[in-house]
Design a protein around this ligand. Sequence first.
Ligand code: ADP
Length: 480
Amino acid sequence: MGILVVFLGRTHGGVHIHEDKLTVTSPALMWVKVKLIHLISSLIIHHTCRKKHPLRLDIIVVLHAYCFCMLISICILGVLCVQECFAVRDSPVWMDSSTSDQCQCLETAVGGAQRLADITGSRAYERFTGNQIAKIYHSKPKEFSETERISLISSFASSLFLGDYAPIDYSDGSGMNLMDIFEKQWSRVCLDAAAPQLAERLGDLTPSTAVLGCVSLYYTERYGFAESCNVVAFTGDNPGSLAGMRLQEGDLAVSLGTSDTVFLWIRGPRPSVEGHIFCNPVDCSAYMALICFKNGSFTRERIRDECAGGSWECFSSALRATPMGNNGHLGVYFDVMEITPHFAGVHRFNAEGQRVSCCKRDMEIRALIEGQFLAKRVHAEKLGYKIIAGTRVLATGGASSNKDILQVLSDVFSAPVYIIDVTNSACLGCAYRAVHGLEAEAGASFTETLRNAPEPQLAVRPAPGAQEVQIHNITIHIPL
Ligand code: ADP
């Protein structure tokens, strides 16, 4: 069985930042010409030349990395490079932040940010598709009226392989501010707030595990794909990553990189104005949540430089030399405006909950790390996450190489921490999804399908007494 995973990754230089510095687009044709056709044809030709026999592909899963919205009108003719097919030649990408007005209108129309989150899993975000569509509807009414179909890059890419319009999958569809994530259908009130006759233009939604059909004749005749080559629903990069990390029920993955990201597997989500809830890409009855924190490694590096002479070894020694709970000393270290919560500044508290301007270096280091992980736990629980027996914390990213940091993570969550190598986790996840897509038809769960895949490695367990450590309640008043 051959599996092809095409990762439409960060296109350095592939985006166009407009004069207002807010609008960011990519040429629509780029997605057809450059990314798909060249990648696939070169891969097949390269393989055929080397191995002297044609590559047969049985499953295709493609994911997109960062493009959340694309407005297109395509006629699927088996002919791909047709510029005229696109109603709008530049598709907005994830970096676009030009739709504040549309976000405000959408939240007002549904009854506020929390109400929108209750329906779609997220409050209004500028890069989300519904708000991008609303902008195009108002700024380019002629093009909008000529648009037959609106696709995400993920569903657009699968359309190219199918030779027909492909549906949007539940998981990527959750990042549009248009879908009712509980009903798994378009939300009438959100559609109406964005643009008229949107349901027809968006088409149906589909489970992320669905097999959509076989590749079109174009691929079998021109590139030698097997006629039986199935196309499994395409999805976005974050759902792809969850699959790649093989998160299971109750698991939580923490990526400790430049920014920190928390992925959660949730059964009973409680959407909030902070964080995102998505339909789960590998289990239709579950959800995933995503919480991003901007103050990650840069803040850890600043404190390392100020309190540990720039050495991770000294930083680690300080963590080992200080007790769990830091004798009641806590800190909030938002060097830059944080995403979750929207707040900036550095605030230290002593054991009595009073603000203090400084503390001992070792304590500062522990206060930072405990504070960062406590924030992750608090926000995860706000979204409905529950630590259960058997919960695993999967750690990844640069700082996951530091065992003393992982020990604090394990103590704060009272759960064992495992390390996973998730280089290109989104690609790997889509390969897993492809195999599961076929087996899911016969009722196999994602975990059953991947029973032979390599397991994450246990790194640390919570220290005895971690669960009993009490943290006092602190309310921080934001100065207006
Ligand atoms: P990115 O988000 O850019 O992919 P990475 O996941 O590669 O980032 O993480 C890079 C970060 O890892 C560096 O900025 C550094 O602060 C951090 N890092 C590397 N080694 C250690 C260590 N031993 N302890 C703590 N943090 C570390």
